[in-house]
Ligand binder design. Structure first.
Ligand SMILES: NC(=O)c1ccc[n+]([C@@H]2O[C@H](COP(=O)([O-])OP(=O)(O)OC[C@H]3O[C@@H](n4cnc5c(N)ncnc54)[C@H](O)[C@@H]3O)[C@@H](O)[C@H]2O)c1
Length: 342
């Protein structure tokens, strides 16, 4: 990247997603009518015009002030038509930011952001940012619960490794840019999250059980059902991401609910919430399925003042009404899955 190019309007890139949330300064061509042509493989782009002035006088290190507190921002959210991204967009719009969503609609849905389409502070761009990474850095952890200093236990050639290693390399690259180019980054390690707007058939356990119970199908439990997971409601995650974005700490931070459930306990909560007669069907487990995953969130509590507030028994009914609405057109559900509308 040439210095002259770098001296153009700098942008601050915020990465949500997966396990990585990073802030990046990013040069963009002067023609703002074609922002998508210049987008890199990152998740959220933040523009702060006051920063643009400062940065031009310091051409070599494209750096932004720690945190992004205060003023109204123009923010690009990649994957913003997805489950987590769309709830983050709601929060940003709600507080007065101007938001551009870039999403290739691979798993995202226009319906998730439909309620913003007439808002002049909102723009949706269908575009592929070519980000190949998905899930978790800890793999099948040997330490329980997982603290951020734990390096994980990942089989590099297993069926799940493209997810786990993808997350890990995202963190590595973020930190390299941070150390090498002085770019502000933030890293979040997101644990299982559920809530309204979740993909109905994406194979995640909560959406599987809820959709199956609503459709009167048996809930499929893989293995003996004794493997544990923690489930965080999406509004808790969004609050954590906002605090991380606004704070001065790079992370990584575990963002998850430390409450631990076995798959069988989860199935029981779904039975209590939807249908006490819902059946359970056991299937052979998938290779490399982590036995336990539970975040240690002491660091986020201490440095971000964050912890989840919504229990599974409180959150699940809010997701169920959204699923009912989408599966059966039941008008009792919130029409756009907004958390504030429920
Ligand atoms: N939901 C969870 O439990 C959970 C847990 C851990 C990590 N995460 C991570 O959080 C992030 C968001 O998860 P989610 O549950 O909202 O998933 P999602 O599938 O609902 O959202 C992902 C969004 O990114 C879009 N997208 C994918 N590839 C793209 C590309 N190349 N260019 C542009 N857009 C693209 C999709 O269309 C979708 O809208 C993911 O990275 C996921 O791995 C989620």
């Amino acid at each position: 990247m040439s210095r002259a190019f770098r001296n153009r309007i700098p942008f601050l890139l915020v990465g949500i997603a997966i396990s990585a949330l990073f802030f990046h300064t990013f040069p963009i061509v002067a023609d703002s009518s074609e922002p998508s042509a210049t987008l890199p493989t990152r998740r959220v782009l933040l523009e702060d015009s006051s920063y643009a002035t400062k940065a031009t006088s310091k051409p070599d290190v494209v750096r932004v002030p720690g945190g992004v507190k205060g003023r109204r921002k123009r923010i690009v959210v990649t994957g913003g038509a997805g489950f987590v991204g769309s709830h983050l967009v709601d929060r940003l719009i709600e507080r007065g930011d101007s938001v551009i969503v870039i999403d290739n609609m691979f798993t995202g849905r226009k319906e998730n952001v439909l309620h913003h389409l007439r808002n002049p502070n909102f723009e949706l761009i269908r575009h592929d940012v070519v980000e190949p990474i998905l899930l978790e850095v800890y793999g099948d952890p040997l330490q329980h619960p997982q603290v951020e200093t734990y390096w994980g236990n990942v089989n590099p050639i297993g069926v799940r490794s493209c997810y786990d290693e993808g997350k890990r390399v995202a963190e590595t690259l973020s930190m390299d840019y941070h150390r090498g180019a002085g770019i502000e980054v933030r890293i979040a390690r997101i644990f299982n999250t559920y809530g309204p707007r979740m993909s109905i058939d994406d194979g995640r356990v909560v959406s599987n059980f809820v959709a199956q119970a609503l459709r009167k199908e048996p809930m499929t439990v893989y293995g003996d059902g004794k493997q544990t997971r923690s489930f965080q409601f999406v509004s808790d995650l969004v609050e954590g991401l906002m605090r991380l974005m606004e704070g001065d700490h790079v992370g990584p931070f575990n963002l998850g609910n430390p409450g631990e459930f076995t798959m069988l306990e989860l199935a029981q909560v779904v039975q209590e919430t939807i249908d006490k007669n819902a059946k359970i069907e056991f299937r052979p487990n998938t290779e490399d399925d982590p036995h336990k995953r539970k975040p240690d969130i002491s660091k986020a509590k201490e440095l971000l003042g964050w912890q989840p507030t919504v229990s599974l028994r409180e959150g699940l009914p809010r997701m169920v009404s959204d699923f009912r609405q989408r599966l059966f057109g039941d008008s009792k559900g919130s029409l756009d899955g907004s958390l504030s509308a429920e």
